[in-house]
Design a protein around this ligand. Sequence first.
Ligand SMILES: [Zn+2]
Length: 324
Amino acid sequence: MPAKKPGNPILDQLKSATTDERLAVEFFERMRWPEGAACPRCGDVDVYQMMQAGTDERQENFRWRCRGCKKQFTVRVGTIMEDSPIPLKVWAYAFWSACASKKGVSSLQIQRETGLSYKSSLFMMHRIRWAMVESGGAPLFGTVEVDETYVGGKPRKANKVEDRKSAKRGRGTDKQPVVAMVERGGRVRTRVVANVTAANLEEAMRECVHPSACIVTDELNVYPSAARDFAGGHKTVKHGDGEYVKYEADGFAIHTNTAEGFFSLFKRALIGAYHHVSREHLHRYAAEREFLYNTRKMDDADRVATAIRMAEGKRLTYKQPALA
Ligand SMILES: [Zn+2]
């Protein structure tokens, strides 16, 4: 009998972390400082855990002290969890829910499961989505499908089966256009744009796609101009003529099915988990779907560890305008 494949040890640590505050603190510390703790303020590694007087128990806020700058810190400092009164075991649970659920998790669900107020739950989940935003990642290479769709806004009875043509123009809806750029076999990037114009699409593509890429889109009239500078060229499929894939002589398939597949997952998550997503917050949900797509080959535990590592350097508070 072959030996049973050992599970990911992070998974067990994570499960314990959701039930006990000390284990949660130690879990976040291990994730953040796998090589040993360092001061988040000055970077000094000459740091030590503060103990309760006369015991070998850690001080109750799990503080550290830095011998370099003499300041105290905790594992929360300099992360999305700084300034939050929510226990780290609840944060661990929320990270887990956000990373392991294929369909997405709503703040309402987290509220029910953790007993937090709705406001706190929303705050926490928005921070986690913010952690998932990948900034400054490598541009998309190779064949990149670009497509746009309309999502969010107030739910309407009539738009259950959405007519793609009218959705493209966004007529009579308060839905928000989202652009997805998908590297075939690779990563996705999304941008929420004010309107679907050549200028907006060009800007999104310039930010996310390498100039050598080959762009594949449908026949929407804004794409030729938006894609004109890409060295790999611009290929189109004519959805209006019922054409969903076109093969070139060398077997290259022109289609945008990968991008459409991403949008269909995104929309299902929006309908299933989030009852209402306002325009202001849509980019957060898009970033969450982007993160889940780009880490799809990881197991759940590694995905959680990745999200936690991305939470560093992203401290935000209620007051910052980015959260408006
Ligand atoms: Zn220091």
